[in-house]
Design a protein around this ligand. Structure first.
Ligand SMILES: C=C(O[C@@H]1C=C(C(=O)O)C=C[C@H]1O)C(=O)O
Ligand SMILES: [Mg+2]
Length: 464
């Protein structure tokens, strides 16, 4: 079935268009019957690995699947990376011909992708395909919202296409063959290694010392890496399916490149913007779970009353509030956090909502918020310097904003934690923790251990 996929011929035929940026975008959206999002993702698999993406918000609220690449947007460099992507996107949209009678958020021409955590950090070869920003405008996209299924086809208008509408109709027909997703075999994990644990514990102790003595630095998030080796290349489709089944309360994301995929199941929203409604969330402060429901509730109560974790959390709420204030009216911030639970961990959670002032885009807000002290620290500048100095690794897209924005300016970005880079027979998983003056290195090691588990379980690794 896969060898004969009509998409493959189409994919090869359109490759030649993908660098041409001065063309007019034509986009068509229509409602279709039910299509399994995984089948859509798999049937439209390019010859090798390609440039697909998958996104699902918690509780199956919204699924967006993009296959085929009409155009990618990328850059490397520093602080203007958010606005550079936005400018290029707006250029394309300014001349686009869009046939979308629905105007439902997440349908029509849409950009999916993300940014690196820190453009100034040391760069590792394995993250090279992602750069400091990588976004896709897909050729074909399926959006599922509740029981409604929308298909969007994007193409650049070209003189050779005498009958474009006809072509689009044919493409819709090819894409909506309703197939069941096929089974992908589980990868065989040969070995796993948590990298530089003793060194990491030393770094944690050193940072905690700084936090105890400094009048200025209040929080620093340090992360670490786990390397997995498999006997054959890991299929990103397998990992995606596992995450989707196992992590219902998280955002599931996958960004595929021809040289590695970045995937994860993150519970942490950075910002959602629907029209002028803005929602950000503070998620910081953690404790494990118990299979015994009484014990599990007790753990939750301990977390809700634990000063170290409340402080860790409070610093994030405070920063998000300050960052949003200039761009939002009617900011609402509850006084106290509540619990957010995922299968292995519970967190303190505070939603921060407001109404965007006119002229404020989602890229604008993402640029202002990133990195929040849930992933960076307080103050931002100093904590980032400490992270560069102590981690000595490239976080790549781990802990950074990843998400989508549509042609109406709606969108949602999460913080890409509980994630990993899949590269051939290897995978690199990441987990971090917020250090404050009261942190105990051993406890933080344990906390990061729990945070590896969603990815580890999805990759067939036993998670103790
Ligand atoms: C950094 C991570 O998680 C972050 C750190 C947390 C903490 O230290 O309590 C909690 C949630 C996240 O904001 C991660 O999962 O890698
Ligand atoms: Mg913590």
């Amino acid at each position: 079935m896969l060898m004969n996929s009509p998409f493959q011929t189409k994919y090869i035929n359109t490759l030649k268009h993908k660098t041409e940026s001065n063309k007019v975008l034509a986009s068509y959206t229509k409602k279709v019957d039910k299509i399994d999002p995984f089948a859509f993702y798999q049937i439209n698999r390019p010859p090798d690995e390609g440039e697909r993406f998958f996104w699902k918000s918690p509780d199956d609220d919204m699924t967006i699947v993009g296959v085929g690449l009409l155009r990618s947007f990328s850059n490397s460099g520093a602080d203007d990376r958010f606005s550079r992507i936005e400018t290029e996107w707006n250029d394309i949209l300014s001349s686009a011909v869009i046939d979308n009678p629905f105007h439902v958020p997440g349908t029509g021409p849409l950009l999916f992708g993300g940014f690196s955590f820190d453009p100034y950090s040391l760069k590792e070869e394995k993250w090279q395909p992602f750069g400091d920003a990588l976004f896709y405008l897909p050729e074909y996209m399926l959006t599922v919202i509740g029981d409604d299924y929308y298909l969007t086809v994007n193409l650049f208008e070209s003189d050779e296409l005498s009958n474009q509408t006809n072509k689009v109709e044919k493409t819709f027909d090819l894409l909506i063959k309703n197939e069941e997703p096929s089974q992908v075999p589980a990868p065989h994990l040969e070995s796993r290694e948590e990298l530089y644990v003793p060194e990491w514990l030393d770094s944690v102790a050193e940072v905690v010392n700084v936090l105890r003595t400094s009048e200025i630095v209040k929080k620093v998030v340090l992360s670490r890496e786990m390397m997995l080796n498999f006997s054959e290349p890991v299929s990103s489709e397998y990992v995606l399916k596992q995450l989707h089944t196992q992590q219902k309360d998280s955002f599931i994301f996958l960004l595929e490149t021809p040289d590695g995929s970045f995937a994860g199941a993150s519970p942490e929203r950075l910002v959602k913007k629907m029209n002028d409604q803005v929602l950000s969330t503070s998620l910081a402060g953690s404790i494990g779970r118990s299979e015994d429901s009484k014990e599990d509730r007790e753990l939750g109560n301990i977390l809700l009353n634990d000063e170290k974790n409340l402080y860790e959390h409070h610093l994030v709420v405070d920063m998000i509030k300050k960052a949003l204030e200039p761009y939002c009216r009617e900011l609402q911030v509850p006084d106290d956090p509540v619990l957010l639970r995922t299968p292995y961990i519970q967190h303190l959670y505070t939603p921060v909502s407001g109404v965007a002032k006119s002229g404020t885009s989602i890229f604008h807000i993402v640029g202002e918020l990133h990195p929040t002290p849930a992933l960076g620290g307080v103050p931002t500048g100093q904590s980032m310097k400490i992270i560069r100095d102590k981690e000595k690794m490239d976080r790549g897209f781990y802990a950074s904003p990843i998400g989508w924005t549509d042609f109406d300016g709606n969108g949602e970005f999460i913080v890409a934690i509980r994630s990993g880079l899949l590269k051939g027979k290897q995978a690199f998983l990441y987990a971090g923790c917020g250090l404050v003056a009261d942190s105990d290195p051993k406890e933080e090691l344990k906390e990061t251990g729990i945070k590896f588990r969603p990815m580890l379980q999805a990759m067939g690794g036993k998670s103790e």
